[in-house]
Design a protein around this ligand. Structure first.
Ligand code: CDP
Length: 210
């Protein structure tokens, strides 16, 4: 069983994915961490984020164990990730690893931007999570303050707006809802309500597929 959760920055998809995976006893992969780690490794080699050859090499050599790095949670890491994520060679290098993860039994939940469209087009369940830009920015701003990552709300709104734009406008695997995805707008929902709504969507999908 594969559950694909896609959506823009700070839509709540990561928290939802973890809750859903725990609920069903499935493994969970935050695929954004892969791109964040590639960007980190490019910078660690002293290269520029725009250097596609170095980024592709970093993607091919990526180690799962290195995803457990608190620095990857910083807002700057998310921003850097969206620069290397536009390179087709980077995306291709990370594809097999994601598909292998998705194939495990009894099931896996993957969250990202292109899980339902490119990585797992045959996923049993696809949910595209959205929320208004300002609501997403407020959530991200609160998270950042808790972590001691200082920023103004206005700067977070701008950062997220630019990142969404970069992610939707790239040529390779742009962020978009799969034609057969269920949309979940969490603008007016807290995490508990969103989780219950998502479980409802998943159960309906599974029932329909027999
Ligand atoms: O947590 P947040 O939504 O802010 O970001 P993330 O999911 O960690 O993703 C960071 C960046 O990685 C995104 O802005 C995308 O550019 C890229 N990404 C991607 O291209 N494809 C994915 N499946 C996941 C992330």
């Amino acid at each position: 069983m594969i559950i694909a959760i896609d959506g823009p920055a700070a839509s709540g998809k990561g928290t939802l994915a973890k809750r859903i995976a725990a609920h069903f006893g499935f493994a969970c992969l935050d695929t954004g961490l892969l791109y964040r780690a590639v960007a980190r490794d490019v910078l660690a080699r002293g290269a520029a984020l725009e250097d596609e050859a170095v980024a592709a090499k970093a993607a091919l050599n990526l180690e799962f164990a290195s995803l457990d790095d608190p620095a990857l949670r910083l807002a700057s890491a998310g921003d850097a990730a969206s620069v290397v994520a536009k390179f087709p060679s980077v995306r291709t290098a990370l594809l097999e690893l994601q598909r292998r993860f998705a194939a495990q039994k009894p099931g896996a939940v993957l969250d990202g931007r292109d899980i339902g469209t490119v990585v797992c087009p045959d996923a049993h369940v696809k949910i595209f999570v959205t929320a208004d830009l300002e609501v997403r920015a407020r959530r991200r701003h609160e998270e950042m303050l808790t972590r001691g990552d200082a920023a103004t709300l206005a700067s977070v709104i701008e950062l997220i707006r630019l990142r969404d734009e970069r992610d939707t406008s790239r040529a390779d695997a742009p962020m978009r809802a799969a034609a057969d995805a269920d949309l979940l707008d969490t603008t007016e929902m807290d995490i508990e309500t969103a989780f219950e709504a998502a479980v409802g969507l998943i159960k309906r999908r599974i029932a329909r597929q027999g």
